[in-house]
Design a protein around this ligand. Structure first.
Ligand code: ATP
Length: 199
């Protein structure tokens, strides 16, 4: 699996529709300070479902929408799509190519799409569990992140190993089942209360 392309339109400094195409191998992005190099990495984080605006270097989520320049009016929405080559079927989906997209309007309305079909953020998260690609994955290493990993709490470091070992999806499913079980136990207590009142 590898990243084939990133399409951005209205995301941060990318007012025009731009398509970055990559080949299997290493690609470097170079440019003067402030030209938008980090915005490319932000676009990838964002489309993978990043909800923490601080991670995207903004104050509110609307800050990812092109805010205009002296010569250009602001845009009404931000759109990012990444296309991954999935011919090795590392992503558990029956397609050789997978495109994940996210759009956000100034009104706050937003949507996620997988191969053009609207889906939930949960579906995007689940698609990338245990691949290292998700927003919590290690495929995007930001400035200062290595230091953070080395000096972080053991539990935080453990999360990286869990992802690499491919057990995150089982942990998430276990957490969901435990929650469900707890709520069923509460229901049972309530039913027993009602029964004893009726007796
Ligand atoms: P450096 O090499 O200094 O780290 P960089 O090439 O990584 O810089 P970025 O941080 O990606 O640059 O881009 C910063 C630029 O993006 C700034 O000029 C900023 O004004 C612009 N920018 C950020 N958000 C928006 C937005 N919503 N609308 C328009 N421009 C934006």
């Amino acid at each position: 699996m590898y990243l084939k392309s990133i399409e951005v339109h209205g995301f941060k400094s990318f007012a025009n529709k731009i398509l970055f195409q990559f080949h299997n191998g290493i690609t470097g992005i170079v440019g003067p300070n402030g030209s938008g190099k980090s915005n490319v990495a932000d676009a990838v984080r964002w489309v993978l479902g990043e909800q923490r605006i601080k991670q995207l270097r903004g104050a509110t989520m609307q800050d990812v929408i092109f805010s205009g320049t002296e010569l250009r009016k602001p845009l009404g929405y931000a759109y990012v799509a990444i296309t991954l080559d999935n011919s090795d079927h590392q992503l558990a989906i029956d397609y050789d190519e997978v495109t994940v997209a996210r759009r956000l309007y100034r009104s706050g309305e937003s949507e996620y799409l997988i191969n053009g079909t609207p889906c939930r953020l949960k579906d995007v998260n689940e698609l990338f569990y245990d691949t290292g690609i998700g927003k919590e994955g290690y495929s995007i290493i930001g400035q200062g992140q290595i230091d953070k990993i080395l000096s972080g709490r053991p539990e935080e470091r453990r999360e990286l190993f869990d992802e690499a070992a491919g057990i995150v999806k089982y942990k998430r499913r276990k957490d969901a089942s435990v929650k469900k079980l707890e709520s069923e136990q509460q229901n049972l207590v309530r039913v027993n209360d009602i029964l004893s009142e009726l007796e």
